[in-house]
Design a protein around this ligand. Structure first.
Ligand code: PGA
Length: 255
């Protein structure tokens, strides 16, 4: 049984006190035990948010990290540093990093291996552009992102990661994939993992949906059999809307 996971990607938003206040609100919302909740603030406020989450069940994640552990890499943050601040998760390969910062599958693969070696669970993001969907290339695009990002990992490693399917055209646009469109891709992804690795790992991997998830569409998306949670951007910046999404996933877990 895959435990639902709801992760909030705060991106480059909120100041220090707003970040701590939002984390406090989520903690006080008494997130139910059946769902795993992860908050991903910007790097510079990880420590402050970590202090708020300390001793609670809400987990901390980084939004990215570099593949080297230390050294002369000006401006970079390592997985070891994230672990030191209490991060259990790291988002890797987000479409904003792939498309705005030119990250390649090879770079994401290097980061993913270091995350696993450091004991941080990667949330690997994949997803197609609008023109790729319209050209009928969705499956081919996500397949090549999976193959490139997971290169040389084995079935045991793959069982430990989380995948987030985020169609790029749905991120921050208010357009969401329909539950059927998302379920189709998630189902294809699980079949792909079974064929590349094995059925046990494929069944264990949690596949989140991301892209304009909000309280009004969360329950329907999360009720799909292969959607195991959500990676939430905009709607994770408000305590009430994020708590409502968490509640929608728990209702699904209980049903
Ligand atoms: P959104 O972002 O919920 O604002 O569309 C999702 C994401 O980028 O992870």
């Amino acid at each position: 049984m895959r435990r639902p996971l709801i992760a909030g990607n705060w991106k480059m938003n909120l100041n220090r006190s707003e970040s701590m206040g939002l984390a406090q609100g989520i903690v006080q919302g008494n997130c139910p035990g059946g769902v795993e909740v992860v908050l991903c603030p910007t790097f510079v406020y990880l420590d402050a948010v970590s202090g708020v989450l300390d001793g609670t069940s809400v987990k901390l994640g980084g939004q990215d990290a570099y593949h080297e552990s230390n050294g002369a890499f000006t401006g970079a943050i390592s997985m070891v540093m994230l672990a030191d601040l209490g991060c259990d998760y790291v988002i890797l390969g987000h479409s904003e990093r792939r498309h705005k910062m030119n990250e390649t599958n090879a770079m994401i693969n290097a980061k993913l291996k270091v995350a696993l070696a450091t004991g941080i669970t990667p949330i690997l993001c994949i997803g197609e552009l609008l023109e790729e969907r319209e050209a009928g290339q969705t499956q081919a695009v996500v397949e090549s992102q999976i193959d490139g990002s997971l290169a040389s990992l084995n079935a045991e490693h793959v069982a430990q990661i989380v995948i987030a399917y985020e169609p790029v055209w749905a991120i921050g646009t208010g357009k969401t994939a329909t539950p059927e469109q998302a379920q189709d891709v998630h189902d294809d992804l699980r079949k792909l993992l079974a064929s590349r690795y094995n059925a046990t790992s494929a069944a264990a991997v949690r596949i989140l949906y991301g892209g304009s998830v909000k309280p009004s569409n969360a329950a329907e998306l999360l009720s799909q059999p292969d959607i195991d949670g959500a990676l939430v951007g905009g709607a994770s910046l408000q305590t009430d809307s994020f708590l409502e999404i968490i509640a929608a996933s728990t209702a699904e877990a209980a049903s």
